[in-house]
Design a protein. Structure first.
Length: 672
């Protein structure tokens, strides 16, 4: 609950000693409960460029005077407020809107004021209806009109002798508009805070990520891949419809305590090590692993990716191998154990001897922050505009708020994805601090009840104002049990869910499309022979791949704006607990999609879904058409109940574009 400031007068204080507050005591209008607002204005609300931002507030005053309210807003580069009139919604609740046409930060607030002319006009009509003498009232109204600089109108109100004509003048919509435009707004009441809105580019709301290890991109087995090899994969990635290529760390890898296959503590001479053990004699966070190539090769990769409509996302992992130059040059940035050795990373019972965490409580924290900022700006200078941040929840909250703010004010187009699989409060805090996208618990939400509850929270609670989910069915760290046991159908089901529940999703490939699902041991979510510790070689042309299926799903996303956000997500009832049904739609209902998914990877599931037709703009009693974009079927339905039969290994879901009847001037026609 957000509380405003107030004055407390103690009973023991003599009244003669009380001084009124400095603020204008004649401001009678109160503004409260402004929304959207995150933590009483402590953090920014998030939107996308081109959005129409709706703001509501309680606006009221003492007495019975008519009031008005306005929404004030400005981009960070503007000195003057722009204004948008608000309309009363219900009771004391008012609503206004403004359009965000630039990325960056906006400020907004709400103010209200007394409307003497509207109050006069309301009371005049009441007196006329009661057949009271109104001569003096017209004189009062004329004075109000004259104070607005409308001398001719005021003269007519004073001098007009025809009662009806004078009444028509007083109640004229034109006069009311002119008075509103020219009257001085005295004693306005304003909300006690100016709120912040951060506006990101469209990629923050709609993106399709593909993660690949460049060192595994070699054309032949047994060779360390290069950035040039990775570049040759771009047409393959583009053909599946991905527009973000995410690269795990591409920096030199340390040798001390280098991990071997399957995260073993002993490594052989040929072991490649973990890319997250960053830093060696060849350099640190602004260097590229020598076997991957050069900075020029990286620049070429970015340029070629851009030609195909793909952005390259770089991993930001602020941690070091024992061989990182920081360890030698800035030992004060690391925590020491009692025996004098540097504390390595741990998540008991797991130990990561090849990684040294940075100490964000060091007395030299300012120098540390500045150096990490330099790293980010170095890669921005090379053309990177998307970063995936590794384990941000293990670094200081204050650092991320400062860093993202520093970046956003200079490069508002830059996006950060928070990879934080941790407690909800921590994940939400990181989003509030400025991360435009966030990993989620989707990876472990499998049942109808789990999915419905979780995504209702993400899209229909205050969380939606600042937390943008990015859904990952798998990662190099995680092969969940559902994928381990469900076979090919499980991979199809999970990518359909990821691609249609949110505007942002990603996969770790080619492990995903080739349905790799062997765990290191029973009960583990680690891959057997994990690519984090060794170089892989895969055949991208294998006929067993899901690449064609994934390409079809991503094409459906691109062609249907309803699937490019997530704010409109609504769940519908099914009579089968193993089948989930939900819909998404554009604001104008020009594009409506509903999805029915079989969550059982082993058996055919049948039943009925009951659709909320009113919520999809479908007129009661009218038929509507459905086109299954995934299975190519076409249907004509009457009423809200829809039959389904879903076979997991061939067609585990329907992704249906709805065509509804709408009334035109002459006839009914399809609304496309």
């Amino acid at each position: 609950m957000c509380l405003g400031s107030f004055v407390t007068l103690r009973a023991t204080e003599p009244l003669a000693d009380f001084e009124p507050p400095v603020a204008e005591g004649r401001a009678r209008v109160v503004v409260e409960r402004v929304s959207p607002e995150v933590d009483c204005g402590r953090f920014a609300v998030k939107r996308i460029v081109g959005d129409l931002v709706a703001v509501e507030a309680d606006v009221f005053a003492d007495g019975h005077d008519e009031i008005a309210a306005a929404l004030l807003y400005r981009h960070e580069t503007e000195l003057e407020w722009r204004r948008s009139e608000m309309q009363r919604v219900l009771g004391d609740r008012w609503r206004g809107e403004f359009f965000v046409d630039r990325i960056g930060y906006y400020r907004y607030t709400v103010e209200g004021w007394i409307e003497p002319f509207e109050t006069w006009r309301r009371d005049l009509l009441r007196r006329i209806s009661a057949q009271q003498d109104t001569d003096i009232d017209f004189q009062i109204g004329a004075a109000l009109v004259e104070s607005a600089g409308l001398g001719d109108w005021a003269w007519n109100l004073r001098r007009e002798t025809c009662a009806q004509t004078r009444r028509d003048l007083a109640t004229s919509a034109e006069l009311a508009a002119l008075v509103r435009q020219h009257s001085a707004r005295s004693f306005t009441g304003r909300y006690l805070r100016e709120l912040t809105l951060v506006v990101d580019r469209e990629k923050a709301r709609f993106s399709t990520w593909y993660e690949v290890f460049p060192r595994s991109c070699a054309r032949e087995a047994g060779r360390h891949g290069t950035l040039h090899d990775c570049e040759s994969w771009l047409p393959y990635i583009s053909s599946m419809g991905f527009d973000v290529l995410y690269l795990p760390p591409i920096h030199p890898i340390g040798y001390t305590f280098r991990k071997g296959r399957n995260n073993s503590t002993g490594s052989s001479p040929g072991d490649a090590g973990s890319p997250w053990a960053i830093g060696a004699e060849e350099g640190g966070h602004t260097s590229i692993h020598p076997e991957l190539g050069t900075l020029d090769d990286f620049d070429h990769l970015l340029a070629r990716a851009s030609d195909l409509g793909i952005e390259v996302a770089l991993d930001i992992a602020f941690q070091c191998s024992p061989d990182h130059p920081y360890v030698r040059e800035h030992p004060e940035w690391f925590r020491r154990r009692p025996d004098g050795s540097i504390q390595y990373a741990e998540n008991p019972p797991k130990k990561y001897q090849d990684i040294y965490p940075l100490d964000f409580e060091t007395p030299q924290w300012r120098e540390l922050w500045e150096e990490l900022r330099r790293v980010v700006f170095f890669w921005i200078g090379r053309g990177v505009r998307v970063f995936r941040v590794d384990n941000p929840h293990t670094k200081a909250f204050g650092f991320w708020e400062w860093l993202i703010d520093q970046v956003k004010h200079r490069h508002p187009e830059v996006l950060f994805l928070a990879e934080a699989f941790t407690r909800p409060s921590v994940m939400y805090r990181l989003a509030k601090l400025g991360f435009p996208q966030s990993y989620t618990y989707f990876t472990w939400r499998n049942t109808k009840e789990e999915l419905t509850q979780y995504f209702t929270e993400l899209t229909q609670s205050p969380v939606r104002e600042y937390f943008r989910p990015n859904l990952w069915p798998n990662t190099p760290d995680i092969i969940p049990e559902y994928l381990q046991t469900g076979g090919r159908a499980a991979f199809m089901i999970r990518i359909i869910l990821a691609a249609t529940l949110s505007g942002n999703y990603g996969i770790y490939g080619p492990a995903f499309e080739q349905c790799e699902n062997a765990p290191r041991e029973p009960g583990s979510e680690e891959y057997l022979n994990s690519e984090k510790y060794e170089i892989k070689h895969r055949d991208l042309k294998t006929t067993e791949s899901l690449k064609e299926f994934i390409g079809r799903v991503n094409r459906i996303r691109r062609e249907n704006p309803a699937l490019q956000g997530g704010a409109s997500l609504r769940f519908h009832q099914t009579d089968n607990p193993l089948v989930i049904c939900y819909s998404q739609a554009t604001a104008d209902l020009s594009n409506i999609i509903f999805v029915i998914v079989n969550l059982d990877a082993f058996h055919i599931q049948r039943g009925w879904a009951t659709l909320d037709l009113a919520g999809m703009g479908i007129e009661e009693g009218r038929s509507y058409q459905g086109h299954d974009l995934l299975g190519a079927g076409r249907y004509l339905w009457h009423g809200s109940r829809v039959y389904f039969e879903l076979t997991p290994e061939s067609l585990p879901a329907h992704i249906i574009r709805v065509r509804r009847w709408v009334r035109t001037e002459k006839q009914f026609d399809y609304y496309l």
